[in-house]
Write a protein that binds this ligand. Structure first.
Ligand code: THU
Length: 160
C-alpha cells in the first residue's frame, strides 16, 4: 500500500482589477449574463462567458424548468453553445459567476461536477488548457490554469 496525494494549484486575485485585461473583460461578460439567467426556482443566477481562439466570446446562464432536472447549468449552456456556434474552434477560457436577489454571494462559485466533466472534454478537443475563472457576485477570483486539477480521476473516452 502507498498513500498518494492530489495537488490542486490555482491563483487567487483579490479583486477583478488585478486580473489580466482579457480575463477581467471575460468576467464582466459573465456578470452581465448572470443578470439574464432564467432561475425562478432557485433564484440563484449563474452567468458564464467563454473566450474562443478566434476571439469570439460566447455567454450563457442557467436555465431552469418546472420539471427541475430539465434545466441546465450556465457552464454547459455556454460551452455547448460555443461548440454549436463555432465547431472546431478551441475554447481558451471560461469565466463563471453567480448573483442572487436573496443573498449576497461574495466567495467564488465552484462549478458542479457534471460541468467539470464537460470542461475536461472541451479542454481535450481544444488541445490547450482551459482557463477557468470563478467569482461570486463580488469578492476574489479563483483561477485554474487547466481543468485537470478540478476533476481528479475524471471519466475519459479511453475507458469506453
Ligand atoms: N448551477 C449552475 O448554473 N452552475 C453550477 O455549476 C452549479 C449550479 C445552477 C443550476 C441551478 O439552476 C442553480 O444553479 C441552483 O443549483
Amino acid at each position: 500500500m502507498r498513500k498518494e496525494q492530489f495537488v490542486c494549484p490555482y491563483e487567487v486575485y483579490d479583486t477583478m482589477e488585478e486580473l489580466p485585461q482579457q480575463d477581467a473583460d471575460l468576467m464582466r461578460r459573465a456578470h452581465e449574463a448572470a443578470r439574464n439567467a432564467y432561475a425562478p426556482y432557485s433564484k440563484f443566477q449563474v452567468g458564464a462567458a467563454a473566450r474562443l481562439a478566434n476571439g469570439a466570446v460566447v455567454t450563457g446562464n442557467n436555465i431552469e424548468n418546472a420539471a427541475y432536472p430539465s434545466g441546465l447549468c450556465a457552464e454547459r449552456v455556454t460551452l455547448f453553445s460555443a461548440m454549436a456556434q463555432y465547431p472546431g474552434v478551441s475554447i481558451e477560457a471560461l469565466a463563471l459567476t453567480a448573483y442572487s436577489e436573496t443573498k449576497s454571494i461574495d466567495e467564488p462559485v465552484a462549478p458542479c461536477g457534471a460541468c467539470r466533466q464537460v470542461m475536461v472534454e472541451v479542454e481535450q478537443v481544444s488541445k490547450r488548457p482551459l482557463r477557468v475563472l470563478c467569482q461570486g457576485d463580488t469578492g476574489p477570483v479563483m483561477v485554474f490554469d487547466g481543468v485537470e486539477s478540478l476533476m481528479p480521476f475524471v471519466f475519459l473516452d479511453k475507458f469506453l
